[in-house]
Design a protein around this ligand. Structure first.
Ligand SMILES: Nc1nc2c(c(=O)[nH]1)N[C@H]1C(S)=C(S)[C@@H](COP(=O)(O)OP(=O)(O)OC[C@H]3O[C@@H](n4cnc5c(=O)[nH]c(N)nc54)[C@H](O)[C@@H]3O)O[C@H]1N2
Ligand SMILES: Nc1nc2c(c(=O)[nH]1)N[C@H]1C(S)=C(S)[C@@H](COP(=O)(O)OP(=O)(O)OC[C@H]3O[C@@H](n4cnc5c(=O)[nH]c(N)nc54)[C@H](O)[C@@H]3O)O[C@H]1N2
Ligand SMILES: [Mo]
Length: 914
């Protein structure tokens, strides 16, 4: 095999850390060839030098931790919704070990922010053998459109290594042509808005078509502000819950969806465990008794995916019945003062219908009382459990009701945020010690409230003599496309426009009247995203990728999105620098009490360049004013963020500088734009520690009881809803859904049951006689331990630790002759893939979990192995324009070939020929 070009011994040493298991790389010659073709070095090539040993134990002696080195706080930045502290032990520019938070004592005051398996194996990702190493071009593609494109070859073409100069020339030439001929409306940026390319290149060039995204927060994203509940966490929030110390005062912690043991950043399991020690009883409602539920010894109430609204309607019915029977169940005072629309006596002015939720629940409008028996048939929870739940959430119990967002990532979940509130308000579970209702999600899960310490803006200090940055036009195009329709819009040249979804500051809907528009997409730009894996309907996505003139991807690894691109550029990770500008995602305050100050630990690997350098070079070539776009170096930006960080003061309310800066520091750092200031920790100390933790104590002045002021004085502290109250009747919701027009008919302003497309009822050919249909199993997609979405899927350590299975119930498996570990075909009308069955007793019969984010890989000919759940997803949208990830149906059968090796035992190969 040819020696690697342009690769010095130091470079080889840098990848010596790429521990690749022997088994993982006893690959076929063709697999190795594919890796090479994709700009990645296979392990065999590493061992050629004698240095890239293939076993952890065989790390060269000079990589031993006992050798002097430095522990550098490094970012753990993938999109799991949280942050933990990571430190890399660096010796001569090589990372030898990784550890996690040992800066603070692991006490109730300053719990440790300990890394998960993904964080701890991050170096296997950054220095992995599958890391992209140099720019690559698809052989069949040339700039110019038309015959030069050979779009059909995308995904199965050959690749060639090109120089950076060649890459920049090709890209600039093609982008100039596309922007000149078709303008910004012809360019899609297929990610979630992270990274700098949007604001510093595509925006100023003439804009780009973003995709509108409701799929993470589900229906909570659309109108929580209109309901009266929104709380801004710096990302679209939802309802607010109380802080972690208040959890110690609650009697019942009721989780409906959610799985922090797998999928919440920060330390929610620590906080939940403390609550358990303090005597809280746990309840878990969902299709699986998952790791969170079993760890906390929760009472499990099984419930089918997409049926939470039915369950909660019946709970409300039962609460009304109990109130009638014995009284003292419903918090009438809270309903009366703080909500509108519960009954005929509390209707808002200008209501479009003279109806209310109470009478709907009792069956006044459709002759269907929403009894536990009615709901049980749909949601699968027993009548007994529904009744038990209703009795438990009554006003005299201190309840913390925590909702995951998986239940709202369902078709037909439009009314879920509202019925959840209806039940919470009936029990009065807002604004009091020990009572709360809201999400268990991302970094604020189980420890909500305003941040107590925050990173600053990357701007010089006022009075330092260095000019502040100018405001940039972020985007010139008002053509947001619904993410579900993105691929169809490309393929059909047509889409339904409705503007932007929500106002981030107060959570109210911005949706405008839907309008049919033509669109002609010519270029797909991808940085910081893996849309061919993570967007619905992968097969439609492949068609879209094949249709356009040009696809460009910037990433560290050869993702499926890269595989279907024309030029792929190797980006640096935030562990490499200087040059990584998008540090916001690495520094953000998480868990309100902690702030991370991480930095780069090693030089850029191989030929990788930072996103910033790539964008800056292209901006220059395309005639933009780079000095205005990039006024500061990344080192300066890093220093400004630290200098501008703020922390809560002794009064518990005001904020002051976090870091003390002396003139000596400024002289030593050599950064212009800093001025001396007095803070709580020295520059050197925070930079060495990598973390600052605001200590909490029981009874301190930093606690947070959500909606406490509102509960006390709703008129004096109105919410962002039209009435200022919590709207159990929300005209704005109905008006917004009407403007969208996706429902076909108007949905009432109170919470009704909407039969979900591809939900449980649709699993029957005939609902009345209960005859099952061709796709009888309900699929949900957990956010899995092995990955952060699609990231880390090729990480060899994580592959070994966590397979990529489909979890199914033992009875469903037995019925199909399937045993644990068998390869099975998972299929429906949209697509199919093969995975190993993991047969469990913790899953509700009829439900299967296909963990989200696995890379579709076509090593079994036409059928994908491990294929992502989005192969099963059609592009349908629900009334609220939701991507119904957890309302998908499938069938499963034993696969004919049982000789497939689990991916941990195969080479890391790229998704290939379709
Ligand atoms: N390890 C890991 N962590 C992550 C991520 C990741 O990719 N990997 N992604 C991060 C991001 S961006 C997000 S959005 C969050 C997602 O966080 P969540 O939405 O909380 O996570 P999921 O794993 O989708 O769902 C959690 C549980 O909800 C239950 N469930 C599924 N459908 C339903 C339903 O319809 N009703 C009810 N009651 N329960 C249901 C399932 O039992 C599942 O275990 O995770 C974040 N954290
Ligand atoms: N079927 C199904 N689909 C889902 C979900 C589901 O539950 N089911 N969940 C949805 C949710 S909640 C979410 S949030 C989305 C997430 O969807 P995505 O954001 O597309 O998912 P990621 O896998 O996080 O993609 C990030 C990519 O960016 C790369 N990257 C990371 N940092 C950088 C950087 O600094 N520069 C560059 N150039 N690249 C970088 C990573 O290597 C990775 O390939 O997926 C959604 N898709
Ligand atoms: Mo998400």
């Amino acid at each position: 095999m040819a020696k690697r070009r342009g690769c010095s011994m130091t470079m080889v040493k840098k990848v010596a850390d790429s521990v690749v298991t022997r088994r993982a790389f006893v690959g076929s010659a063709s697999a190795a060839a594919m890796l090479l073709a994709a700009g990645c070095a296979p392990a065999s090539q590493l061992s050629e030098t004698g240095e890239g040993s293939s076993d952890v134990a065989a790390l060269p002696a000079d990589l031993d931790e006992s050798v002097d080195g430095e522990w550098v706080p490094v970012p753990c930045w993938m999109s799991c919704g949280g942050k933990c502290l990571l430190k890399a032990h660096v010796v001569d520019g090589i990372v030898t070990r990784v550890k996690t938070d040992d800066v603070y004592e692991d006490t109730l005051e300053t719990f440790q922010n300990r890394g998960c398996p993904r964080g701890r194996s991050q170096r296997k990702h950054i220095f992995g053998a599958d890391r992209l190493k140099y720019p690559m071009k698809r052989k069949g593609w040339m700039p110019g459109g038309g015959e030069n494109v050979n779009g059909d070859l995308r995904g199965r073409d050959e690749w060639e290594r090109i120089s950076w100069d060649e890459a920049f020339d090709y890209i600039a030439e093609e982008m100039r042509r596309i922007y000149d001929t078709y303008g910004g409306r012809s360019v899609i940026r297929a990610n979630f808005g992270r990274g700098i390319a949007g604001s510093k290149l595509l925006g100023p060039l003439g804009g780009f078509v973003p995709f509108e995204f409701c799929d993470s927060y589900g229906t909570n994203f659309m109108y929580t502000g209109n309901l009266g509940g929104y709380f801004n966490h710096g990302e679209p929030g939802g309802w607010s819950t109380n802080d972690r110390l208040d959890l110690l005062k609650t009697d019942y912690i009721i989780m409906q969806g959610g799985n922090p043991a797998w999928a919440s950043g920060g330390a929610p399991m620590f906080h939940l465990w403390r609550a358990k020690e303090a005597g809280a009883q746990f309840v878990y409602i969902g299709p699986e008794c998952n790791l969170t539920a079993t760890t906390l010894d929760a009472k499990w109430i099984p419930l089918r995916p997409g049926t939470d609204t039915a369950f909660l309607l019946a709970a409300a019915y039962e609460m009304l019945r109990l109130e009638e029977e014995r009284g003292d169940i419903i918090d009438w005072d809270f309903l009366d003062r703080c909500t509108i629309g519960f009954d005929a006596d509390h209707m808002p002015e200008g209501a479009s219908v003279n109806e209310n939720i109470k009478d709907y629940i009792l069956g006044a409008y459709d002759n269907v009382p929403k009894t536990p028996e009615w709901a049980s048939e749909i949601c699968g929870s027993s009548v007994e459990d529904i009744k038990w739940y209703a009795e438990t959430v009554q006003k005299n119990n201190k309840c913390t009701m925590l909702f995951g967002y998986a239940p709202s990532r369902c078709n037909g979940a439009e009314n879920l945020p509202q019925i959840m509130e209806t039940v919470a308000c009936m029990g009065g579970h807002h604004g009091k010690e020990g009572h709360a209702c809201g999400p268990v999600y991302h970094f604020w899960a189980t420890n909500d409230g305003p941040a107590l310490v925050e990173i600053g803006n990357p701007e010089p200090a006022e009075g330092s003599g260095v000019a502040a940055p100018i405001d940039l036009t972020p985007n010139l195009v008002d053509d947001a496309i619904l993410s579900n329709y993105l691929w169809q819009a490309v393929n059909e040249g047509h889409y339904t426009w409705f503007g932007t979804v929500v106002d981030y500051t107060d959570g109210t809907s911005l949706i405008q009247k839907a309008e049919e528009r033509d669109i002609d997409i010519r270029m797909i730009w991808t940085d910081y995203g893996n849309s061919l894996t993570t967007r619905g309907n992968t097969n439609e996505g492949i068609k879209a990728f094949r249709k356009v003139d040009f696809v460009l991807t910037l990433d560290y690894v050869f993702t499926p999105t890269a595989q279907y691109s024309d030029i792929v550029l190797p980006a640096t990770t935030p562990w490499e620098g200087p040059g990584y500008e998008d540090q916001a995602s690495c520094f953000n305050t998480h868990n309100r009490e902690t702030l991370y100050i991480s930095r780069w630990a090693v030089a850029p690997q191989f030929e990788a360049k930072s996103d910033r350098e790539i964008v800056e070079t292209l901006a220059g070539k395309l005639g933009l004013d780079t000095a205005a776009l990039f006024p500061y170096t990344t080192e300066e930006m890093h220093a400004y963020r630290i200098a501008n960080a703020t922390v809560v003061q002794e009064d518990g309310e005001t904020f002051g500088p976090l870091v003390t800066i002396t003139q000596e520091d400024i002289d030593r750092l050599g950064v212009k734009g800093l001025v001396p200031q007095k803070g709580k920790i020295s520059w050197d100390e925070i930079v060495a520690n990598g973390i600052y933790h605001v200590a909490r104590k029981k009874g301190d002045n930093l606690g947070w009881i959500a909606y406490e002021d509102f509960r006390r004085d709703p008129e004096g502290n109105p919410r962002a809803s039209a009435s200022g109250k919590i709207e159990l009747f929300c005209q704005a919701k109905t008006d917004m859904l009407d403007r969208l027009g996706f429902a076909g008919e108007s949905i009432p302003p109170y919470a009704t049951y909407l039969r979900p497309l591809h939900g449980y009822e649709d699993s029957f050919e005939d609902w009345a006689s209960k005859k099952k249909g061709a796709y009888p199993l309900q699929v949900f997609n957990s956010h899995y331990l092995r990955r952060a979405h699609s990231a880390f899927d090729t990480n060899v350590w994580l592959r070994e630790a966590f397979k990529s299975p489909v979890f199914m119930n033992a009875a469903d498996a037995a019925e199909r002759g399937i045993e644990n570990g068998d390869w099975v075909r998972v299929f429906n009308e949209s697509g199919e893939f093969v995975r190993q069955a993991s047969v469990v007793d913790t899953m509700m019969p009829g439900c299967v979990d296909v963990p989200h984010g696995s890379w579709p890989e076509w090593s079994e000919g036409d059928i994908s192995v491990n294929g992502g759940p989005n192969l099963l997803n059609d592009s349908s949208v629900s009334a609220g324009a939701q991507q119904g990830y957890n309302t998908v149906l499938c069938q499963i059968e034993k696969y004919e070939n049982q000789d497939i090796l689990p991916d941990a035992e195969r080479p890391v190969i790229m998704p290939g020929i379709e």
